[in-house]
Design a protein around this ligand. Structure first.
Ligand code: ZN
Ligand code: ZN
Length: 364
């Protein structure tokens, strides 16, 4: 790995890198979430429209009209009953007044006093009022009876229409469910058509760059995308398929970790470090800090690990390379004088290329 202890930098810097990687992942997750949500707002099938298409025309409207009429009639009956209560009070009142006046008249006639004109008018008015309110009460009662009869009829009509509508709604519900599931699949396909290319690019990035300096950012982006893809699949695909998908992914992940652990046990740390040192030397990079080793014919050259093959190495003085060399960036000795044969050997590789003298590798 390039991030050997010497190149990691101070701890707060590393913490900041992880913090901002986390932030990057969070923002990427949000961005994907916004895109997915916006796709989710695409309108689905219209229940009303399917109902209009499959149900006898006017049936729904009929049920609604009947419901409105029922409400109106019920309200009118309530009003009529309230009026009756008032009229009943009024009738009781006028009956009481009339009885009192009759009682006065009876007493007067016992004493032989004839009733005055005013008393006679009062009695007549009371009788009239009593009869009028009595009549109004009766009329209101008749109206209530008629309304109650109408209410009963309306209820019967509505019950029948509703029953008919319920039987016709079966196919409507089935059709709606069918269109709805098709709509959901369409949404899932659309969401995945955006998410999967992102996932593929992140996976490619992960495979290429997981060991590089930018690993934390790659990990953050990968985790955010993977999580979003899993959530979208969970929301749209039936549990039945999803559980196999989830268990499949988990199996692959666990298998991968197991392989890594077995390999790590089989090839100890020394081999890994040696492999990195060897590859770095092959590409003429400092194994510790990755700075180009500019010595011999490559003194003025510029290259990357990729462009190295295309680099035409100019023929130069051979003895130029045969000198000790220290990395100018991290001050690591990279080529040194072999104490056995006095030739120049790789400092970080186990054996001298000239005499084969061995020495332990630094860092193992
Ligand atoms: Zn270096
Ligand atoms: Zn040697």
């Amino acid at each position: 790995m390039n991030d050997s202890p010497k190149t990691r930098g101070p701890w707060h810097h590393r913490a900041l890198i992880w913090f901002f990687s986390g932030l990057l992942g969070l923002l990427a997750y949000w961005l994907l979430g916004f895109v997915v949500n916006d796709i989710g707002t695409w309108p689905g099938p219209d229940y009303r429209e399917i109902e209009n298409r499959l149900v006898t025309p006017g049936l729904t409207a009929q049920v609604e009209t009947l419901t409105l009429q029922l409400e109106d009639t019920t309200r009118t009956i309530t009003e009529e009953k309230a009026r009756q209560a008032v009229l009943r009070d009024s009738t009781d009142n006028s009956a009481r007044t009339m009885n009192q006046l009759l009682e006065i008249q009876r007493l007067n006639s016992q004493r032989g006093v004839t009733a005055s004109e005013t008393e006679r008018i009062a009695l007549r008015d009371a009788q009239q009022l009593f009869l009028t309110t009595q009549k109004s009460y009766q009329e209101s009662n008749d109206r209530t009876a008629a309304l109650t009869e109408q209410l009963r009829k309306l209820e019967t009509q509505r019950r029948e229409a509703t029953r008919l509508l319920e039987t016709q709604r079966g196919p409507v519900n089935a059709e709606y469910a069918r269109l709805q599931s098709r709509h959901q699949l369409k949404l899932a396909a659309l969401k995945l058509s955006i998410l999967l290319p992102v996932l593929v690019s992140v996976v490619v990035l992960f495979l290429r760059r997981r060991g590089s300096l930018y690993a934390p950012a790659v990990y953050a982006l990968g985790a955010a995308t993977l999580l979003k893809v899993l959530l979208v699949m969970h929301a749209h695909f039936p549990r039945f398929y999803f559980k196999y998908l989830l268990i499949g992914t988990s199996l692959a992940l666990v298998a991968r970790i197991l392989v890594y652990l077995i390999r790590a046990a089989a090839f100890p740390k020394r081999d890994w470090i040696l492999k990195q040192y060897r590859e770095a030397y092959e590409h003429h990079f400092c194994p510790i800090c990755n700075h180009p080793i500019r010595r011999g014919p490559l003194r003025f050259a510029f290259w990357t690990r990729r462009s190295l093959k295309k680099l035409s190495i100019p023929p130069g003085p051979g003895d130029e390379a045969e000198r000790p060399y220290v990395c100018p960036v991290c001050a690591t000795q990279l080529f040194e004088l072999c104490p056995d044969c006095q030739g120049i050997r790789h400092t970080l590789l186990p054996a001298c290329a000239h005499c084969g003298a061995e020495k332990p590798i630094a860092g193992t």
